[in-house]
Design a protein around this ligand. Structure first.
Ligand code: PLP
Length: 478
């Protein structure tokens, strides 16, 4: 397929631009452009076709099943987009006087209030732009807390091996040392290992719960108690809150701070390429360290204030505000019961699908799961040579987006499925049928799966090269 630059013909499609009546304004000095700006010149119909054919080559939630574990690629109600595209929100400027943006401030305030109720926290910042960014912000809260007490020995963050990969990375970026602890045979935190790991140097624990195996840790209260007794704080990675929302709250499990992925659980897709929002909630005693620009009620409306010992800013202005508008719309349209029902369906769908696949595929940790589950294709690979990658590629030919592959790292040949709360039984039944067909195919004609996908524009790109040497700019010949 040609790029727009390659289809460009000088002068074409440019006749819509009105003549300049005000005279040209040209910047001088170093800001002056010394070469002509090269934009593709193309007719409207060709432009429209270009984007339509690009859209046809990708797979979105509107095309079909998208069980990308941990990413929660669910269908989000259109009303959330409608509210986020209201002009009163989209045409705001972050530097407008506060009395002209009271509605937007109310959105932030109400979203904070409701998400605090859902998580059991007392305050929240919407500055962080993604989940990992939220983790980093939460860890800075923990650091500030210990520094404020003059407790400089606490340099370690404990991270179980079933945590999301971003957890140790964020802890390292926030300046901590990472202490890794192993999981027990049920996939939960090994309590003995935790007891041995805590001490005077423990700043805190970062826990993904449910963890990346899709399992809820039954010892959660004991875990947070062990860390607190050692003087550390507990951080909850709440990126996958669709597993528990409306049922249990991190605040009640003993956690001191938490981040959410609004671009997973609350009406923005994670795989959409952004923008995202990773708000961080905390208990009262950490509130004074939150980033700037908290909203509070005042006489006659709302006002911004900077917390007393604020860490400063982690992002410009107020975060990705329109994502918060979508989240608030989502929460208000679902209501308390609907939020609870969503998590119930997420968990039911995952357990249903897992049990349907279980007779053939090997479930890594065979127990009741939360919103997602992990298969290990290690045995299948030994028997047939067909890998997790081959099955994932094979599913593309049936119009299914691959599940998350080779993650979590503690499971070999892992495929991680998250059917999400928005799918019907019929869709899941159809997907199960396809995965069982692929299983059969692996035994009958492994080569066919090694060569899959057979019907996609791009089959098996060199993923390492794509990640290490991405080509993101078009270079002109001359
Ligand atoms: C997705 C995810 C993250 C990271 O979120 P990003 O927005 O991609 O940075 C962190 N933890 C868990 C458990 C996740 O599923």
């Amino acid at each position: 397929m040609k790029l727009l630059f390659e289809s460009s013909k000088p002068g074409r499609g440019m006749d819509y631009l009105p003549e300049i009546k005000t005279g040209e304004a040209r910047p001088s000095g170093k800001f002056a452009r010394n070469k002509k700006l090269r934009l593709p010149e193309i007719s409207e119909v060709d432009l429209s076709r270009h984007y339509t054919s690009l859209a046809k080559q990708t797979h979105g939630v509107n095309d079909g099943f998208y069980p990308l574990g941990s990413c929660t690629m669910k269908y989000n109600p259109r009303i959330d987009e409608v509210c986020a595209s209201l002009k009163g929100f989209t045409e705001l400027h972050p530097l407008q006087p506060q009395d002209t943006v009271q509605g937007a401030m109310e959105v932030l305030h109400r979203a904070e209030d409701l998400l605090c109720k859902i998580t059991g926290m007392d305050a929240m910042t919407f500055e962080p732009a993604a989940g990992a960014h939220g983790e980093y912000t939460g860890l800075l809260l923990i650091r500030k807390y210990h520094q404020d007490k003059g407790d400089t020995k606490r340099v370690n963050i404990i991270v179980p091996d079933s945590a999301h990969g971003t957890n140790p990375a964020s802890a390292a970026m926030a300046g901590f040392k990472i202490v890794n602890i192993a999981s027990d045979e049920h996939g939960g935190v090994d309590l003995e290992a935790l007891r041995n790991a805590v001490g005077e140097d423990t700043a805190g624990l970062m826990l993904t719960n449910p963890n990346t195996l899709g399992l809820f840790d039954p010892n959660i209260l004991e875990i947070t108690k062990i860390v607190h007794e050692a003087g550390g704080l507990c951080y909850y990675d709440g990126a996958n809150l669709n597993a528990v929302m409306g049922r249990v709250r991190p605040g009640d499990m003993g956690f001191d701070c938490v981040h959410l992925n609004l671009h997973k659980t609350f009406a923005t897709p994670h795989g959409g390429g952004g923008p995202g929002s990773g708000p961080v909630g905390c208990k009262d005693f950490l509130k004074k360290f939150l980033p700037k620009h908290e909203v509070e009620k005042c006489e006659g409306g709302y006002r911004f204030y900077d917390p007393e010992k604020s860490m400063g800013q982690v992002r410009s202005y107020y975060g990705n505000f329109l994502v918060v508008v979508k989240a608030l719309t989502y929460i208000l349209t679902l209501g308390k019961e609907g939020i609870r029902e969503a998590s119930g369906k997420a968990v039911l769908n995952a357990n249903y699908m897992m049990n349907k696949l279980k007779g053939s595929y090997h479930v890594a940790y065979d127990q009741i799961c939360m919103h997602e589950f992990v298969l290990s294709l290690e045995d299948l690979k030994k028997e047939t040579g067909v890998s997790a990658m081959d099955i994932a590629k094979g599913s593309l030919d049936y119009g299914i987006h691959p599940p998350t592959m080779y993650f979590p790292l503690i499971v070999h040949e892992a495929l991680m499925f998250e059917p999400t709360e928005s799918e019907s039984k019929e869709v899941i039944d159809e997907a199960v049928k396809i995965y069982l067909d692929l299983y059969k195919k692996a035994h009958e004609d492994p080569q066919y799966l090694h060569d899959a996908p057979h019907n996609c524009a791009i089959g098996r790109p060199d993923e390492t090269k794509a990640a290490r040497e991405p080509v993101l700019r078009y270079s002109f010949d001359e």
